[in-house]
Design a protein around this ligand. Structure first.
Ligand code: HEM
Length: 426
């Protein structure tokens, strides 16, 4: 098997349920150039080094093919649209936007923001689980057995409700923004087209979401609330404030990033717990206060929603790494999920073990782009899995493996059907 064919197999949907043996193969060559010219990096040490290397840019416009394509389509309606959001730009501009957003998200300015959301998180989860058996008998077969889809009935609506509340977006608008959010997510999938064409589709989808946010703000007629969008508009910082266009572009990023990954962590989590009933039982018993946190950290290592980062990362200079020179101007893919299972860094990496020490996974990335939403995603997933473990009676998988979404980079089940014998009271 050649390295190139290993990467192609990883991209192939037939390997979506279990790409991990292919990552083992990939790690035999830590840095490999694949057919489309991308340098694929698969070992822990090399990924961490590149995540912290300022010569690796997140701004796809540095790539000649993307820059030329953007210039060629600059006159088209909806393109280039809004300025790129901060996940797709480099310091110092990246850092300015991130600092401005952090003012309304956590310490030191809003230390109570996330803790203050906890009662709401629990309320949303409780109500979704209550509904499992309250759907007019739908899903029941008369024997008391209920069939639920952990994705549609729980793991999707939960983070959507949370991010709507955080941003001040009406939850009823979900059908509208879901189409645009799905379009953004699809562009992270390298099997859906060339990089330049995907960047163009991404810019268009972000511009559409931006237009949605512009209408939302217009409809508020300047009224401000306690939500993140209101905070951004107030601009009470010493930094140069965000322009209107920057606010729209970054609000779109938060909306998309705030739910599309959490749905997969909660679903991968429930699937993994059902495959490891001894851990599910420990979580159900509830007498180990730090177990939920350990389970979630181990899931971020063992079954991470973000398998790899590509979508425009590129070298600003030649970079020597693991005996290979990645030439300036090359696209790079960092396979986070492979790095987190690198046996040179993690003992017994293919074992799901919430009790492991020093769990330094790459599930939230690293360096300047380390996940902004991690302080929210962690308690969201802890609450979700703890409540499912406490309340579902005798849960069992209907199909293993379940059907997966197409994307190899943002990976998770499309549906996760589970049978239960009812739910215990909250
Ligand atoms: C389990 C859930 C989540 C996972 C696995 C996850 C994963 C990641 C990863 C791997 C990155 C790095 C991307 C890169 O380097 O290009 C990232 C960045 C980011 N995430 Fe998350 N994320 C999650 C939840 C969230 C939530 C809930 C939010 C919003 C509230 C969010 C907002 C962001 C933003 C804005 C960035 C860009 C940060 C920057 O460029 O400085 N994420 N996330």
């Amino acid at each position: 098997m050649t390295r190139t064919s290993t990467w192609q197999q990883i991209l192939d949907p037939s390997h979506r349920a279990d790409p991990y043996p292919l990552y083992t193969e990939l790690r035999k060559t830590p840095v490999v150039r694949v057919e489309d010219g991308t340098y694929v990096v698969s070992t822990y040490r090399e990924i961490v080094s590149l995540l912290h290397d300022p010569r690796l840019s997140s701004d796809a416009r540095n790539l000649p093919e993307v820059g030329a394509d953007a210039a060629a389509h600059a006159d088209e309606e909806g393109f280039p649209g809004l300025p790129p959001n901060f996940i797709r730009i480099d310091p110092p501009e990246h850092d300015r936007i991130r600092r401005l957003l952090t003012r309304d998200f956590g310490p030191p300015h809003r230390p109570g923001r996330i803790d203050g959301m906890m009662p709401d998180l629990l309320r949303i989860v409780t109500s979704l689980i209550d509904d499992f058996t309250a759907k007019d008998g739908s899903g029941t077969d008369g024997s008391g057995t209920v069939r639920v889809d952990i994705v549609d009935d729980f793991a999707y609506p939960f983070p959507v409700a949370v991010i709507c509340e955080l941003l001040g977006v009406p939850r009823e608008d979900e059908p509208r923004f879901q189409v645009m959010s799905g379009a953004v997510i699809e562009t992270a999938d390298p099997t859906t087209g060339g990089l330049a064409e995907r960047q163009r589709r991404r810019a268009k989808a972000v511009a559409d979401l931006g237009q949605y946010f512009a209408q939302l703000l217009d409809a508020r007629h300047g009224r401000r609330g306690d939500d993140l969008l209101s905070g951004l508009l107030s601009g009470d910082s010493d930094e140069a404030p965000m322009s209107h266009e920057e606010i729209l572009s970054n609000a779109a990023l938060l909306l998309v990033a705030g739910h599309e990954t959490t749905v997969n962590l909660v679903t991968n989590g429930m699937l993994t717990l059902l495959r490891h009933p001894e851990v599910l039982d420990r979580l159900r018993l509830g007498d180990e206060p730090d177990l939920a946190a350990r389970v979630v950290e181990e899931l971020l290592r063992y079954e991470p929603p973000v398998q790899f980062l590509s979508s425009g990362r590129n070298t600003l200079d030649d970079i020597e790494i693991a005996g290979t020179t990645i030439p300036r101007g090359s696209p790079v893919a960092l396979v986070l999920a492979s790095g987190s299972r690198d046996p040179d860094f993690v003992p017994d990496p293919d074992r799901f073990d919430p009790d492991r020490d020093h769990n330094e996974h790459l599930g939230f990335g690293g360096g300047v782009h380390y996940c902004f939403g991690a302080p929210l995603a962690r308690p969201e997933t802890q609450i979700a899995l703890t409540q499912l473990a406490h309340r579902l009676k005798n849960p069992r998988l209907v199909a293993d493996p379940p059907p997966y979404r197409a994307s190899p980079s943002l990976r998770g089940p499309r549906h996760l059907l589970v049978e239960i014998d009812g739910v215990d009271p909250a």
